[in-house]
Design a protein around this ligand. Structure first.
Ligand SMILES: [Zn+2]
Length: 104
């Protein structure tokens, strides 16, 4: 289990989500990366894990419209493209921060 972050802050102008963990590591995740890795069934095939969402279709002026805690294990992010079904577990956020995923 990944401990919940101690703080999550959205930087709208820079399009970054800053996630601070209890072990004092800080990850600055570009909105675009987070959005392109949306784990919901509409963006990712549940069975194969293959990405359905085309990163090229992500609007450049992406903004975060809302954050909602889901239990103690995840956060639900709502975007200004009308998409709000992405449930990001702490594991997912942490993995996004630690991985060297290519920019999209
Ligand atoms: Zn999605």
């Amino acid at each position: 289990m990944t401990d919940p972050p101690s703080n999550i802050r959205a930087h709208q102008a820079e399009q970054l989500l800053e996630v601070e963990w209890t072990d004092s590591r800080v990850h600055r995740l570009p909105y675009r990366t987070i959005r392109s890795q949306c784990p919901c069934a509409a963006c990712r095939d549940e069975w194969t894990g293959e990405r359905i969402l085309d990163p090229a279709s992500i609007r450049p002026d992406l903004k975060l419209m809302g954050m909602e805690n889901v239990g103690t294990y995840a956060v639900k992010l709502a975007w200004n493209d009308g998409h709000s079904s992405g449930l990001y577990t702490w594991e997912t956020l942490r993995a996004l921060g630690e991985s060297s995923l290519p920019a999209v």
